[in-house]
Design a protein around this ligand. Structure first.
Ligand code: ATP
Length: 251
C-alpha cells in the first residue's frame, strides 16, 4: 500500500486557473473523499494526477514522481481511475472485459470462448466486485452500478494500488450505493482510495477522511465531523444553496 503526495499542484487552461496550488497527502489505506462545489477543480486534480491534464508542482505515488509521465506509464505505476461515464466494452462479457484489462493476449477465438477455468487474479477480482454470478453476461446489459464495479475490477486486475474514482455512485440505487460503500472499505485493506463525490449521505457513511476543494484550492481537510464543523465549508456550501449538493450537504 502506498501514499499519494501532491505538492503545489497547478493546472491552468488558457490563463484560467482550474487548480491553483493544491497540497494533499493521502496515506496508504485511506478512503479519502474529495468534495467541493461544481467547478472546484476536483476532476482536474485527478486528470493531473493521471497525466490527462498538464500540471506543474509534484505528484508522487509510492515515492515515484508522476508529473511529466505519459498516461499509460502512470497507470503502470499502479494508478487507476474511473470516469463518470462507464468505459467498459458493452459488447463483451464481464469476464472478457476483465481478461482484456488484465492484458491477456489469447487471440480472438480463445478470448470469445466460454471457459471453465478463470485465472486466479480475475476470479479474485470477480469476487471482490461481486460479479461472479454474471461473469458471462454482456457488460452492456448490466445495471449502472454493476458497470461501475466492473470498472473497479478492471483496475484490480491491472494491479492498481491507487484508486481514483470519479463520482462512483452517481445514478446508483440505495442498495448499489451501500454495496459500493462496502466495496470501498474492502479495497482500502490493500489499496489507497480517493473518491470524488457529491453525495453527502454516502460521504458521511463511508469516508474515512475528507478534502474540501473550492475554486481550485484545498479549503478544508479532516474527518467528516471536522469538515462539517468548519465554518469555511459551511459558507462555501451555503453560498451555493440553490444547488442540490448544498441541499444534500447541510454542512
Ligand atoms: N479542458 C478544459 N479547458 C478549460 N477549462 C476547463 C477544462 N477542464 C475544466 N475546466 C474548468 O476548470 C474548472 C474546474 O473543473 P473541474 O471539472 O475540475 O471541476 P469539478 O470540481 O470536478 O466540478 P464538477 O463537480 O462539476 O465535476 C471549471 O471551471 C471548468 O470549467
Amino acid at each position: 500500500m502506498s501514499e499519494l503526495v501532491v505538492k503545489d499542484l497547478k493546472v491552468v487552461f488558457d490563463g484560467f486557473v482550474a487548480v491553483g496550488g493544491v497540497d494533499l497527502t493521502v496515506p496508504a489505506g485511506d478512503v479519502r473523499f474529495v468534495i467541493g462545489p461544481n467547478g472546484a477543480g476536483k476532476t482536474t486534480l485527478i486528470d493531473a494526477i493521471t497525466g490527462l491534464a498538464r500540471a506543474t508542482g509534484s505528484v508522487t505515488f509510492d515515492g515515484q514522481e508522476l508529473l511529466g509521465r505519459k498516461v499509460h506509464k502512470i497507470a503502470r505505476l499502479g494508478v487507476g481511475r474511473t470516469f463518470q461515464n462507464s468505459t467498459v466494452f458493452e459488447e463483451l462479457t464481464v469476464l472478457q472485459n476483465l481478461d482484456i484489462a488484465a492484458g491477456w493476449s489469447r487471440g480472438p477465438f480463445t478470448m470469445l470462448r466460454r471457459r471453465s477455468s478463470v485465472p486466479p487474479a480475475v476470479q479474485h477480482a470477480l469476487e471482490t466486485i461481486r460479479l461472479t454470478e454474471v461473469r458471462d453476461q454482456l457488460a452492456g446489459t448490466l445495471p449502472h452500478g454493476q458497470k461501475q464495479w466492473l470498472e473497479i475490477g478492471m483496475l484490480l486486475v491491472q494491479n492498481a494500488r491507487l484508486f481514483l474514482l470519479d463520482e462512483p455512485v452517481a445514478g446508483m440505487s440505495h442498495e448499489e450505493r451501500d454495496a459500493t460503500g462496502e466495496l470501498l472499505g474492502e479495497l482500502s485493506k490493500n489499496h489507497t482510495v480517493v473518491v470524488i463525490e457529491h453525495d453527502m449521505d454516502f460521504l458521511r457513511r463511508f469516508a474515512r477522511t475528507v478534502t474540501v476543494m473550492h475554486a481550485g484550492r484545498v479549503l478544508s481537510e479532516g474527518t467528516v465531523a471536522e469538515v462539517q464543523a468548519d465554518p469555511r465549508v459551511q459558507e462555501v456550501y451555503l453560498g451555493h444553496s440553490a444547488s442540490q449538493e448544498a441541499h444534500d450537504a447541510s454542512l
